[in-house]
Design a protein around this ligand. Structure first.
Ligand code: ADP
Ligand code: NG1
Length: 434
């Protein structure tokens, strides 16, 4: 296909994987550690550097139209998250990192098999793959940690205020092990998953594009506001505080204590913008221009109590999950499953990032033998991840297939990608010709 598109052959190929987040949802942008693993599905880009300063992009999937631009003038349209904009995020991130105003051009053919808008990070895999393509064309070197940090920052050009989990695991993943990803400074530690159980991904087949709606950024803003109110309540300088983790670190208390402080400081009734302004002693104008993102300016309700409770309890669950994996007691699989179930309940009830189809799928997975099941990724659609004892895998897959994908009242197209067992895959790679 590259040959028929560009009349030449690629000089090298780059791949970057998607991921499944096992536990730790919506807490990376609050500064807390998460526990993902890379999946086998990935973005693969075939590349030919060219002498002209033109960037030409094509895709093996006809859903994603060809795109061409001058490499000197990269414009990323935040209002329309078209596919090529994700590529441009990675491209621009590297260009800016090296302070280059001009870059050589290239012809690229993109081929991806990560289900899009399904919580398995197809968008970040594309950003990371494009970043590594650009670095390779330049003939420069960066560490995986630097690449992950650059791509996490540059994916925000698309308009979503994500954490850094997806880009970090796409670069730092290693085959055979899940990773605890910690931030500031970014680092990844191996987490050995229990033998005797398998992680299974099931797609609810409801797509949710993060950049096309404000759901995701509203949650980021609610966490930011909760952090500021908690900091003010405890007499900290709240002006520069952006993340819930900063409040905990500045107070030097445990996550459990942060849950009590949240109960004292915040109320379960939603906050209006006016009430937040009164609490912080700022004007609505300052509130909108200095705190909120462009796509959350008109939000009228902020659920600060619920969001903070989710974040502090989920952060604690990640640490417990890792501890259980390390200590490996006899009932490891059951204990890990319970944490996953608690995580889903908190995402559904406190963070409100589930949807009826995900709740139904999680119930079906548990009914047919999963020890634990939860939504994975941003939510509001997308996939679940379930922990299934290895000896139940075959019947689990058959029963879930029948119960969710073959129901007559649900018009779903079941694809091979919809329900599958997965294991920790490797990170991004460049394939050069020998
Ligand atoms: P995810 O949770 O998968 O990251 P997002 O909604 O954030 O979901 O991003 C999905 C977007 O990523 C798609 O709308 C599309 O623009 C882009 N994308 C995903 N897969 C591909 C692909 N194979 N080729 C080109 N672009 C893709
Ligand atoms: P996905 O599942 O790719 O939409 C998003 C964020 C993550 C993280 C999760 C929720 C981006 C690129 N990704 O992931 O950083 O916050 O939601 O845990 O914004």
């Amino acid at each position: 296909m590259f040959n028929s598109k560009f009349g030449s052959i690629p000089k090298f190929y780059v791949r970057a994987p998607g991921r499944v987040n096992i536990i730790g949802e919506h807490i990376d942008y609050c500064g807390y550690s998460v526990l993902p693993m890379a999946v086998e599905q990935d973005m693969l880009i075939a590349v030919e550097p060219v002498k002209t300063q033109t960037l030409q992009l094509a895709n093996t999937n006809p859903l994603y139209p060809d795109f061409s631009t001058s490499s000197n003038n990269i414009q990323i349209d935040k209002t329309k998250p078209l596919w090529h904009n994700y590529f441009l995020c990675g491209f621009k991130g590297i260009q800016e990192h090296f302070g280059l105003s001009t870059l050589t051009g290239m012809n690229c053919l993109v081929d991806g098999n990560i289900p899009p808008s399904s919580g398995l990070s197809s968008s970040s895999a594309l950003v990371c793959c494009a970043g590594l393509v650009t670095l390779t064309v330049l003939g420069m070197n960066l560490s995986k940690v630097e690449l992950a940090e650059i791509c996490a920052k540059s994916e925000r050009y698309i308009g979503t205020e994500g954490g850094g989990m997806d880009q970090s695991i796409s670069f730092l993943a290693e085959e055979g092990t899940a990773k605890l990803i910690e931030f500031s400074p970014l680092r990844a530690t191996d987490v050995k998953l229990p033998s005797g159980a398998v992680f299974v991904i099931a797609n609810s087949c409801v797509e949710m594009n993060k950049a096309a709606t404000s759901h995701f950024n509203i949650r980021v803003m609610e966490c930011r506001l909760a952090a500021k109110l908690l900091a003010k309540y405890r007499g900290l300088q709240w002006g520069k505080v952006l993340r819930l983790e900063e409040v905990q670190t500045k107070l030097g208390v445990s996550l459990e204590e942060m849950l009590w402080i949240t109960e004292d400081a915040l109320h379960p009734e939603p906050y209006s913008p006016e009430e937040v302004c009164r609490c912080l002693g700022i004007s609505l104008q300052e509130f909108r221009t200095q705190i909120l993102s462009p796509n959350t300016q008109d939000v009228l309700i902020f659920k600060l109590y619920q969001r903070a409770k989710h974040v502090y309890s989920e952060a604690a669950r990640v640490l417990q999950f890792k501890k259980i994996c390390e200590e490996a007691p006899d009932d490891t699989v059951q204990l890990l499953g319970e944490l996953m179930n608690q995580s889903h309940a908190s995402c559904r009830d406190m963070y409100e990032c589930s949807c009826p189809e995900l709740d139904q799928l999680v119930d079906i997975c548990r009914k047919f033998g999963a020890q634990g099941s939860r939504l994975t990724g941003a939510g509001w659609g997308g996939c679940t991840v379930s922990l299934v004892p290895a000896d139940k895998l075959t019947s689990f897959l058959a029963n879930v297939h029948q119960a969710y994908y073959q129901r007559s009242d649900q018009n779903l197209t079941f694809e091979k990608q919809s329900l599958f067992a997965t294991k920790p895959g490797g990170g991004a790679l460049v394939f050069l010709e020998a």
